[in-house]
Ligand binder design. Sequence first.
Ligand code: GRF
Length: 213
Amino acid sequence: MSAYDPAHLTGKTESVKRARLAILVGSKGRGSNMRALAGACRSGQIPADVAVVVSPVSESQAVDAAHEMDLAIQVARPKDPDYATALLTALAQANVDIVCLAGLMTKLPVEVLQAYPGRILNIHPALLPKFGGKGMYGHHVHEAVIAAGEAESGCSVHVVTEEYDEGPVVLQESCPVVPGDTAETLATRVLALEHQVYPRAVRLVIERMGDGS
Ligand code: GRF
């Protein structure tokens, strides 16, 4: 083998079975984390394919983005009485290994959590366990971080459990809170970080699955 061998350098990724991801976007989501994850799959950063995008609504910025990227889309509405079955069916039909929440604001039915134990991830725009829990979403998070006078914020990818933002953290990264920050300027800085961190976290989870750990 020569000193520079791309196959050797990427061997770890290629030895791991390609995973199938579902991305669950929110009704008002922009879909920017979905784009980051799908882009990372296509570039080879994550040894996975996006098997399905599930949206609570048929029209949104995230749905438009999924169409643009030629991703399969299913709609499952949280208010429907058969939501759990619809979601489980969409995930099973796409044969997914990992479910990534990217902007979904509603809790998942317990049947879905039980069907994918430890394999449902969420990204939260703060350094958990701080600034998490019910009501801590969107600008509320960044306003609370600024009001608390924190010197840094960041994002956390965690395993989803029955309680909001309480599952084990897979990966988190910080960024500074700078003087004069508003919720908007901080949100922009954190979102850019999210797009780096979510793909790395998904890759870690796939590698651990490959190890049998
Ligand atoms: C992100 O800020 C994420 O932290 C939170 O929901 C937002 C989704 O944004 N869970 P986008 O739709 O991925 O742009």
